[in-house]
Design a protein around this ligand. Structure first.
Ligand code: ADP
Length: 261
């Protein structure tokens, strides 16, 4: 009868509404889980360098006048590296919340490469690695200084994190096709397998072997670096054979000033 059909339809509608509600609830729960995971990994990331900074400052406060000058200044240097690390992580997290809004470069300017890179490298914690710079002395590049700094610091910091102590990290910059400059950050670590490369620059992406290890990370550095490089008109990619010891080379390009004139 007609009345039966109507109540069937009403029942169906209410079932549908219930399913929609359940789905929304599940999505909300997944989002909350993601947010909790993110906050946990960021807090964990921040806590380690903060503990280091506090440790060195406490040592200086307690024993400062009994330590020789060289030890004092090495403690101060270590505390300062801890601050650099904190700054890098906070920079990535802050920028991550801005993605899609205004990550565009704020101040593109002509930068002398050798001096700029040397200055940036002074503030990267090298963790027992030796840094080799191989920069074309006369090169200039058109870039937002803060963003170039964040990209290079992320790549150099990764090169150190994901390779054994006492290996080298090599930073190069040389002219590239279409009047660009090509930067390279090379390490001699575990390398990255071909299957992992496509995911590497995505938000929160971390290789399985690193999630399981004690190496700290949020999976934001490469994502932010890609946003920055592309915003400045360049491209970023990685080359690696995935062979331990042969390591990885991260490349990115930026324009030379004359192309815009
Ligand atoms: P994280 O904070 O985890 O280092 P990134 O976005 O900088 O985040 O890097 C994403 C993941 O890519 C890392 O967790 C690591 O698994 C891998 N990775 C990045 N750089 C290297 C490298 N130089 N060698 C090997 N693996 C790397």
């Amino acid at each position: 009868t007609v009345s039966l059909n109507l109540s069937d339809a009403a029942r169906q509608q209410s079932r549908h509404a219930e399913q929609q509600l359940n789905l929304a609830y599940e999505q909300q729960q997944q989002l909350e889980e993601l947010r909790d995971q993110f906050l946990m990994s960021v807090s964990h990331e921040l806590r380690t360098p903060l503990t280091e900074v506090r440790g060195y400052i406490n040592l200086l406060l307690e024993y400062g006048n009994r330590l020789d000058e060289a030890t004092q200044s090495s403690f101060l240097q270590s505390a300062s590296y801890g601050c650099d690390e904190l700054e890098l992580i906070i920079g990535n997290v802050l920028n991550m919340s801005r993605v899609g809004k205004d990550l565009k470069p704020i101040c593109m300017q002509e930068l002398p490469l050798a001096a700029t890179i040397a200055e940036i490298c002074e503030h990267v914690y090298l963790q027992d690695h030796s840094l080799e710079l191989n920069i074309d002395a006369d090169l200039t590049v058109l870039a937002d200084r803060q963003q170039l700094r964040q990209v290079l610091r992320n790549l150099i910091s990764n090169a150190c994190k994901y390779s054994p102590a006492h290996t080298s990290v090599v930073v190069c910059a040389s002219p590239w096709e279409d009047n660009m400059v090509r930067f390279c950050v090379k390490d001699y670590g575990a390398g990255i397998g071909a299957a992992d490369v496509p995911h590497l620059f995505q938000k929160f992406s971390r290789l399985k072997r690193d999630i399981a290890s004690s190496v700290r990370g949020t999976g934001l550095g490469l994502y932010i670096s890609k946003q920055f490089v592309e915003g400045m008109g360049g491209r970023i990619w990685v080359e690696s054979e995935g062979v331990p010891g042969k390591g990885s080379s991260f490349y990115f390009t930026l324009r030379q000033p004359s192309t815009t004139r």
